[in-house]
Design a protein around this ligand. Sequence first.
Ligand code: NAP
Length: 359
Amino acid sequence: MKQFNVGIIGATGMVGQRFITLLENHPWFNIKVLAASPRSAGKSYLEAVGKRWAMKTPVPDEIGQMIVLDAEADIDKIAAAVDFVFCAVDMKKDEIRALEEAYAKAECPVVSNNSANRHTPDVPMIVPELNPEHAEIISAQRKRLGTKRGFISVKSNCSLQSYVPALHPLMKFGVERVLACTYQAISGAGKTFETWPEMTDNVIPYIGGEEEKSELEPLKIWGHIEDDKIVDAQSPAITTQCLRVPVSDGHMAAVFVKFKTKPSIDEIKQAWKEFKGVPQELGLPSAPKQFLNYFEDPNRPQTKLDRDLEGGMAVSMGRLREDTQYDYKFVCLSHNTLRGAAGGGVLMAELLAAKGYFD
Ligand SMILES: NC(=O)c1ccc[n+]([C@@H]2O[C@H](COP(=O)([O-])OP(=O)(O)OC[C@H]3O[C@@H](n4cnc5c(N)ncnc54)[C@H](OP(=O)(O)O)[C@@H]3O)[C@@H](O)[C@H]2O)c1
């Protein structure tokens, strides 16, 4: 496979740090640029990230020495040095939209973990196993932006990375209504127990904007391309409650689902077991071999035991049983900063690279 030079915009943040650890030995992608705010620009990465480094492994030597660039002021320089960028920045939504569009217009494709462009109609929001065909909208987006190479492609929110994959192979039974309660890790807020001590022995029942994202984003993922835009799916009806719980990594969800044609428990388990997406067919480097994993043990999946399954890229399910109000209920789990953030971004980039979108 061809080699690609990449930049990480927001490299000092929690998601940016994950990108660094995931790309350290990546077979296709080589980190050439690290960028962040003017507060970090001009410093070595080690100095800029300082005590915020929250990964279990140390900052790779050659990364620590790299000088951080200014994500806004150095756009042309960065675009000239790399084949595409990963972007995960904490800025206002309109500023992020402007930043991502500026990179795209500088002919530098953007693989984004930010939410700002998730509902731009010609920006694909790709979960590589579920809707890889949405990448086809990129030609329409390039027409709008007036670019040859540049485009923006986004990742969906981390809260839905367990239940949307779990429901996807069940769509053939007509998923009508979904209720999901999520139990979300503190790293999803860019925090650790050191930086957020109030989370010890605590549950916070509100995560700003999370329920809206959890209910709306699945409909874009299950949408279709029509007249140069992605049209959202009309169903299923989804309602959610999202809670912050005292775990470091891993978002759990308790899901209730009603079908048009109720399948048997065995049919659901079979659909999960047999499900494969384009990443598995293409053997993409970050793709889990078995994406959806059902545990028969009623004590599983557990956040601490199972979040790292297949490098944190697989989704686990358990406790599938009949419900009195809906047809079935089950629990599911995904690693929020791996599958749910940087890992999902890397897998999306691998898909786009394999399909020639960075050529
Ligand atoms: N954490 C997750 O699990 C997760 C999941 C999905 C999506 N996301 C999204 O990913 C993005 C980053 O999240 P995070 O948790 O990594 O945040 P974070 O830890 O707060 O990091 C924010 C990053 O943005 C940079 N930044 C802030 N202001 C900037 C500016 N004016 N210009 C350029 N860079 C600027 C920071 O640079 P400095 O160090 O120089 O300030 C830092 O690198 C957010 O949009 C978030 O919603 C996060």
